[in-house]
Write a protein that binds this ligand. Structure first.
Ligand code: SF4
Ligand code: SF4
Length: 310
């Protein structure tokens, strides 16, 4: 990454851990330490969100330009071969060190308990999902392995456009997300703005791959009002291909850089999300397992999938 780009990331609160990788404190850590409120993934999957490290091995690399993306988005024309990716072991060591520094400011705040603060300094969970598309990082399996060696659970969020990478992962994450933000290619092209024509087919290939991956799988719909809500039977047909353990129907949130491309009116209400989720659940024979209105998210799954989080 060039120095100018690095400065932009730093200004946005990222701690860089090499040439292409970095960490940013998730705002839910502060919510948990100060207000005692947790992110929906703590409620749904039992992680400790104050011990979650949010990072990306490919901060400035993505093959889409989703209109709803809250990250800084100016991926430019850099070719994969020109990228200087960082060593997985170094990323892991540096990211844990960076997280310790990032949480240090909470010490001494009367609202934050000393015990919680100490726990926050020892992350036990990583969300590989920050900025950029992690499957563009060529040593993703090694990265997952390095975090797991340190006793951490790993949540990987991918846009699903690199089934080849997912298929070759030597170590699978604890939980693998594929984002499915469009019911068909036409909406995918308009909303997710892929940089090559074949990406929609690759998302479908990733869905087809999910049943063969021996880990917890989630299909996430990022739902944007006036763009991609509806078409439940088309979504359901796609989801069937992946037969994921869970589906998260999650409302778009008007934050970060997405505010340059969306308006606040593109945020759907929780009732809209719920209605969509219920129609999709009916089509797939699933049930609502959990929901969190403040995060505008509904979790769907089956009786079997419920057992995976109990
Ligand atoms: S799981 Fe996601 S939302 Fe929750 S603390 Fe980690 S990065 Fe933040
Ligand atoms: S795939 Fe993810 S990182 Fe890339 S533009 Fe879309 S939301 Fe942003």
């Amino acid at each position: 990454m060039d120095e100018e780009k690095k400065d932009i990331f730093k200004k946005h609160g990222y701690a860089l851990t090499g040439e292409e990788s970095g960490v940013k404190l998730c705002h839910w850590i502060s919510e948990k330490l100060i207000e005692g409120r947790s992110c929906y993934k703590e409620d749904f999957y039992g992680i400790d969100c104050h011990r979650c490290l949010q990072m990306s091995p490919a901060l400035d690399v993505c093959n889409q330009n989703c209109l709803f993306c809250w990250r800084y988005q100016d991926y430019g024309e850099r070719k994969e071969k020109d990228l200087e990716f960082d060593d997985p072991e170094e990323i892991v060591e540096r990211s844990i060190e960076a997280q310790k520094k990032l949480v240090s400011g909470f010490r001494g705040d009367q609202r934050c308990s000393e015990d919680m603060w100490r726990e926050a300094r020892e992350p036990n969970q990583v969300a590989i999902s920050l900025s950029g598309e992690p499957s563009m990082y060529p040593r993703l399996g090694e990265l997952i392995e390095e975090y797991e060696k340190r006793g951490m659970t790993t949540f990987l969020v991918s846009n699903g456009t690199r089934p080849d990478v997912l298929e070759e992962l030597e170590d699978l994450p604890t939980q693998l997300y594929i984002t499915l933000a469009a019911p068909n290619e036409e909406i995918f092209k308009k909303l997710c703005v892929p940089n090559t024509a074949s990406l929609w087919d690759r998302v479908k290939e990733s869905l087809d791959l999910l049943p063969s991956l021996d880990t917890r799988t989630v299909v996430r719909h990022t739902l944007v009002k006036d763009w991609n809500i509806g078409w439940e039977s088309e979504y359901a047909d796609l989801v069937k291909r992946g037969d994921p353990d869970f589906i998260e129907a999650k409302g778009y949130v008007f934050v970060g850089d997405s505010r340059r491309r969306m308006t606040i009116d593109n945020m759907p209400s929780h009732d809209t999300i719920k209605g969509f989720a219920e129609r999709e659940a009916d089509l797939l024979g699933l049930e609502t397992l959990q929901e969190k209105e403040s995060s505008r998210v509904v979790l769907l799954g089956s009786v079997d999938s419920r057992q995976k989080i109990e």
